[in-house]
Design a protein around this ligand. Structure first.
Ligand SMILES: Cc1cc2nc3c(=O)[nH]c(=O)nc-3n(C[C@H](O)[C@H](O)[C@H](O)COP(=O)(O)OP(=O)(O)OC[C@H]3O[C@@H](n4cnc5c(N)ncnc54)[C@H](O)[C@@H]3O)c2cc1C
Length: 415
């Protein structure tokens, strides 16, 4: 994030996070990429010990008590050693906890939040199913009422932390016949209740974050573990989508940043035709593009953080800004990683530098937590609604009428 806009306290928070990521041995990163480590428990435990999990969670539950402006600073730094560090950190301490903070009972908050913040327990979020992730409300995992309990049956797919998590935030159908927005309930399910996980995906990148299949085979969950209202999952979902998408966006900047740093250093030293390659505009202008892309991405993150923190921006606009951030920032960062590879030439395509890993890792950013097409769906939907409201308010200049022939008869035909 922009250090020249940070408060003293935020600079300290950033430096604490930089210390945390410097603590990670390089072998740990390589072992995660090789899947010798399936879930980064040691990293999560260390982050928890340093009070760097749950940045926006109130202090009384073990969090840092910060705002989005603080959260995005940590999210960027956490991903510098690899995107998957942020994925595991964010799902557990930013996304699942968002549901608990906003919709959990006092008992649920006291039980689940402190161990998550301390890095003693880990949480995963279970939305996507084999039949689809984009059409979330079409889920087929069922929770059937049985006295004071629910019996869960179904399967979730591609769940970060599936391998490793103690708690699973699960969305399941409780009234399949009802309209989709009133058909689902959100549950906090503990591994000991009988959750089975299978670690079976050969991911292209972002490895070592426990991404797994999660199976519920007659798992009995007490009604005390319902988060929010029964059949009320859609409001929980809407709230969680802010950290899910906005958090992901801010993390992605950190994962792309090393690509710029490495390409800058390389182009300052590597020579061709008797001069450093940075002296060719074909190279240095790529560096300029990368710098601009990362800064424009940061600008969007910063503005969105301010908007959400202000409490004055309505929820639908915050969701639009979060979706815009997710789409725009992940696309800028993807470009940055690829531009870096181009600047490096052939060596960038090898594992002598981590550029190829950054490219593999970052491809996920445009797919998970809602694809960028789904982000476009949300952005246009909210924008059309807002434009209609603007037109009926009638308090802005109508630019359409500023054309020479704006009043031409018989030309403005719409049907
Ligand atoms: C490594 C990894 C980690 C993940 N972690 C998690 C996790 O922790 N928890 C979790 O719940 N999920 C997780 N996911 C799942 C991820 O969020 C989904 O893969 C994603 O939402 C897309 O769902 P899908 O794969 O079923 O694709 P589909 O929904 O089948 O979509 C396929 C294609 O169709 C497009 N499409 C679908 N509907 C529309 C539409 N209406 N308009 C335009 N285009 C459309 C999509 O954009 C996409 O290009 C993870 C995935 C991966 C790969």
């Amino acid at each position: 994030m922009f250090d020249y806009l940070m408060t003293e306290q935020q600079l300290k928070l950033r430096d604490e996070t930089r210390d945390l990521v410097k603590w990670i041995p390089r072998e740990y990163i390589l072992d995660m990429d090789a899947e010798k480590i399936k879930y980064p428990k040691d990293f999560m435990a260390e982050a928890g010990r340093r009070n760097l999990i749950g940045i926006r969670i109130p202090k009384e539950y073990g969090g840092r008590g910060g705002q989005w402006q603080d959260d995005v600073i940590v999210a960027e730094e956490i991903c510098v050693p690899g995107y998957i560090f942020g994925c595991a950190w964010g799902v557990s301490g930013d996304v699942v906890t968002e549901a608990l903070v906003h919709f959990g009972t006092e008992e649920q908050k006291k039980k689940y939040l402190p161990p998550i913040c301390k890095g003693e327990k880990y949480a995963a979020e279970c939305l996507t199913e084999p039949r689809g992730g984009s059409d979330f409300f079409g889920a087929t995992t069922i929770a059937r009422r049985d006295g004071d309990d629910f019996i869960l049956n179904g399967q979730k797919r591609f769940i970060v932390g599936g391998e490793g998590a103690d708690y699973f935030l699960v969305y399941a159908k409780t009234d399949p016949e009802a309209p989709s927005a009133k058909s689902m309930t959100c549950f906090m399910v503990e591994r000991e209740m009988g959750v089975k996980t299978e670690y079976l995906y050969n991911l292209m990148g972002s490895r070592g974050g426990g991404t797994a299949r999660v199976v519920f085979d007659n798992v009995r969950v007490p009604k005390e573990n319902v988060i929010g209202e029964i059949n009320g999952a859609s409001v929980v979902f809407n709230q969680m989508m802010i950290p899910e998408r906005f958090g992901t966006a801010s993390m992605t900047i950190g994962a792309a940043r090393p690509a710029l740093e490495i390409a800058t250093d390389y182009s300052s030293r590597r020579k061709a035709f008797g001069t450093e390659i940075k002296n060719f505009q074909g190279v240095s202008f790529k560096i300029a593009e990368m710098v601009t892309k990362l800064d424009s991405a940061r600008a969007m993150i910063y503005t969105t953080a301010l908007a959400i923190d202000s409490g004055r921006v309505k929820a639908s606009r915050c969701r639009r800004l979060a979706s815009e951030s997710k789409k725009f920032v992940t696309e800028q960062c993807w470009d940055v990683a690829n531009l870096a590879m181009q600047v490096m030439g052939g060596i960038g395509y090898t594992d002598v530098y981590p550029i190829e890993k950054i490219v593999r890792d970052l491809r996920l950013a445009m797919i998970w937590v809602g694809t960028n097409e789904i982000m476009s769906l949300i952005i246009q939907h909210e924008h059309y609604r807002e434009r209609l409201a603007e037109l009926s308010a009638g308090d802005k200049r109508n630019s359409e009428m500023d054309a020479l022939n704006a009043f031409a008869e018989g030309e403005k035909i719409y049907e």
